[in-house]
Design a binder for this molecule. Structure first.
Ligand SMILES: [Zn+2]
Length: 217
């Protein structure tokens, strides 16, 4: 499986975090990538950060192509200008999309103390569930950071799948799901060559090994 991850599409409508601009892509590239993958059953799509462009640009584009996606919302930004609102989460659900958690404050989940774990992993999930009026069973790791303790904590809390940003293909049914972020420096050619084609066998083995080291550290 190739899992694509998008962040913002078009022009941001809120102040961006440091280095975040590199994760915003133009609407034209977004449409080209969707056209490229619309008939590929081995590709899945998700969105992090809960930007307003999820419903303003992505949702209509997905709907036009009959595509589904998972949207990882940020509980701490719901109803803020430029971000998804509670009503948007219900709209996404009604449109057949899945809604997951990206936590509360967009901080890395590696090395959190007990109080921050509770806030990021339990409270944020509850806020999103109440907004979407639906159970949340999946999470996406903010900034892609994790270690053994992060994953053990998320497993203990019953998350059914956790999505990383490790750029490699995923095995079907895996609990920790690697994804490829499409970024501002991409164009359709780079998405084809570096993401949709998948790595050569030797490179794939190296990436698997790096993933293993990250999971057990
Ligand atoms: Zn994020």
């Amino acid at each position: 499986m190739i899992n694509l991850c998008f962040h913002g599409v078009g022009a941001p409508a809120r102040p961006l975090e440091t280095d975040e601009a590199g994760y915003w892509i133009e609407e034209g590239l977004f449409a080209e990538v969707l056209d490229e993958v619309r008939d590929r059953r081995d590709v899945s799509i998700s969105f992090d950060d809960g930007n307003a462009s999820d419903v303003e640009i992505a949702l209509p584009a997905l709907r036009r192509r009959g595509l589904r996606a998972t949207f990882f919302a940020l509980a701490g930004r719901l109803d803020e200008p430029g971000s998804l609102g509670r009503e948007d989460l219900r709209l996404l659900r009604r449109e057949g999309m899945a809604v997951g958690s990206h936590g509360m404050d967009h901080v890395p989940w590696r090395g959190l103390g007990p109080e921050r774990q509770e806030r990021e992993w339990v409270t944020a999930r509850t806020v999103i569930e109440e907004a979407a009026r639906h159970p949340v069973v999946e999470a996406a790791l903010p900034l892609g950071r994790y270690d053994r303790r992060t994953l053990a904590g998320l497993r203990r809390l019953g998350y059914a799948r956790v999505h990383s940003s490790d750029r490699r293909p995923a095995l079907p049914g895996s609990w920790l799901v690697p994804r490829y972020s499409v970024t501002a420096s991409d164009d359709l050619a780079s998405v084809r060559a570096q993401i949709l084609t998948g790595p050569a066998p030797r490179r794939r083995a190296l990436l698997e090994l790096k993933g293993f080291a990250k999971r057990v550290r």
